[in-house]
Design a protein around this ligand. Structure first.
Ligand code: COA
Length: 159
């Protein structure tokens, strides 16, 4: 029986830190669904279609699928019949919020379990908004995103 997991986020855009978490998750789970949220509170730079495309072009594995979702994560997990959630931890400061979210998700759906994976230390200070800001101001983002994301970010930011 294959053990599947969901890695959800806004991925605006996907960074090497996210990719690091996906690779780590693939060592534990047979199949990982990367789920891109549509109804994000933040105003996204990339559309959901673009964010999915960025991930698909940054990772190549037949054990990874990428798709969009809307609404509550637990409802989506029920629809997929997948109750393992993956979350990346970058620093201790992430933990309190993640702890709260994992307990809320489990209160809504008792079958949910969240697996926390520590990101590589070199990505511990990374976030999508930092990458967006660097790209907008012509900073060097080569170490932080795939080449494909870098090209698409440059197109988006420089017209
Ligand atoms: N490497 C690099 N950056 C990382 C990272 C990593 N390993 N892990 C997290 N980040 C960054 C993200 O890019 C994001 O950056 P940004 O704020 O600059 O855009 C930031 O850290 C926060 O990430 P995260 O906490 O994963 O937020 P998110 O917006 O990507 O995803 C959802 C949050 C989608 C999982 C969550 O909002 C959700 O489940 N929503 C559905 C509604 C729901 O069910 N809510 C719960 C009950 S109310």
């Amino acid at each position: 029986m294959s053990v599947n997991a969901i890695y959800a986020g806004s991925f605006d855009p996907v960074t090497n830190g996210h990719l690091d978490i996906i690779h780590r998750a693939l060592r534990i789970f047979d199949f990982v669904t990367v789920s891109v949220i549509g109804n994000v509170d933040k105003a996204p730079l990339f559309s959901i279609k673009e964010r999915i495309d960025l991930i698909k072009n940054s990772i190549s594995s037949d054990r990874v699928e990428v798709e969009g979702f809307e609404g509550l994560l637990v409802d989506y997990a029920r629809k997929k019949n997948t109750f393992n959630l993956i979350r990346g931890l970058r620093a201790v400061s992430d933990f309190e919020y993640e702890f709260q979210m994992s307990l809320i998700n489990r209160a809504q759906e008792p079958r949910i379990d969240t697996t926390f994976l520590m990101t590589d230390q070199k990505y511990s200070y990374l976030s999508s908004s930092i990458v967006r800001q660097l790209a907008k101001l012509n900073g060097n983002i080569s170490d932080y995103v795939s080449n494909y994301v870098k090209i698409k970010l440059k197109e988006k930011c420089n017209g």
